[in-house]
Design a protein around this ligand. Sequence first.
Ligand SMILES: Cc1cc2nc3c(=O)[nH]c(=O)nc-3n(C[C@H](O)[C@H](O)[C@H](O)COP(=O)(O)OP(=O)(O)OC[C@H]3O[C@@H](n4cnc5c(N)ncnc54)[C@H](O)[C@@H]3O)c2cc1C
Length: 355
Amino acid sequence: MLSTIALDTQVIRPGLCTGCGACQGMCPYWDSVDGRTICYFDCERKDGRCQRFCPRMPTDLAALREQFFPQETVLPEIGPLRGLYLTRAADPAIRANAQHGGTMTALVELALREGFIDAAVLTRSRGGLEPEGVLAATAEEVRACSGSSFQIPPTLAVLNRALRENRYHSIGVVGTPCKTLAVYKMRGNPLPENGNHAENIGMVFGLFCGWGLDWDGLKDLTAKYAAPEKVSHMDIPPSKYHALELREGGGTVSVNLDEVTPLVRSGCRYCTDMTAEFADLSVGGARSADGWDVDRGWNQVIVRSEKGRQLLQIARKKGVLEFKDTPEGGLEKLKGASAGKKRTGERNLQSLQGR
Ligand SMILES: Cc1cc2nc3c(=O)[nH]c(=O)nc-3n(C[C@H](O)[C@H](O)[C@H](O)COP(=O)(O)OP(=O)(O)OC[C@H]3O[C@@H](n4cnc5c(N)ncnc54)[C@H](O)[C@@H]3O)c2cc1C
């Protein structure tokens, strides 16, 4: 049975929900409060988009992938790959506020300028806390969304509202893997009779993702070590540091990861996608022999589609991004990390299902 009840029993109650917001913004029944998805009414609609677009409802990933990506580009560990690059924004003003090298901000801004998209669904937060979905249509609005929030806001509710309004006709979306999968489910099964205008999704920009954190838990943890209103950035350096970094004023406070991992969202423990495999371009932190102090200012970029390739080519030609050589073995390392997340997610899912 497909209805909001199915979404509740198959996703919310077993703890699979990621809080992405794909079920929201289309009807008055689904909402989000402090990162928790809630349903006000048990709707019996069988063709509801909420459960069709939910990234945690059963999905034939191979069939969906086949709709959008040539089979010969697909690697089992990281999905479609047309190229792997190390880049950063050439503009130091972008880099100053970015999570890593500012590649994502620079690419979204360029996509707007070059007409690849006419608006972008982004996430804006205050130093990583209290994130909210935002529809950005100017470079200033895009720049105001730089930086990562490890709380997961229901950003896709903003996309759903924008699609319904049908005001923008090539909307870009930046999201973690759960969000970008939901967006491809919208594209692959658009249900145009419901007026959701999925044809207006212009480009998808994926973020690498290890996990998101419990909304209240991260707020409380931050307050324990810093003045939350003064924290400008949060980051998770490579695993050998075993830390969450809070950047406050000129300094950095390091929180032991043992205090952080219990706060991982339940729904993230079942995720099998580290690199946002459903996207035109996916961007994450860099890993090289240069070490974290250098790497934190750079990004890895996976080009997955022809549109993604074209945008990156323009970024190179116009000097919007700086490139450096990808380290030897970089692709293998990425494949290894990604395969590790797949194994863990599958194992957790099997034990949830009692297999
Ligand atoms: C929850 C989470 C977990 C992550 N885990 C990893 C990881 O394990 N390994 C790794 O290499 N990288 C991870 N990343 C990606 C990394 O933090 C950077 O976002 C990425 O390297 C791009 O850096 P940048 O400087 O180009 O980003 P910026 O130029 O600063 O742009 C960041 C973009 O991210 C968007 N954004 C911020 N928070 C969210 C959110 N919660 N949901 C959706 N979009 C958001 C903003 O809209 C903005 O457009 C994670 C990101 C998130 C949000």
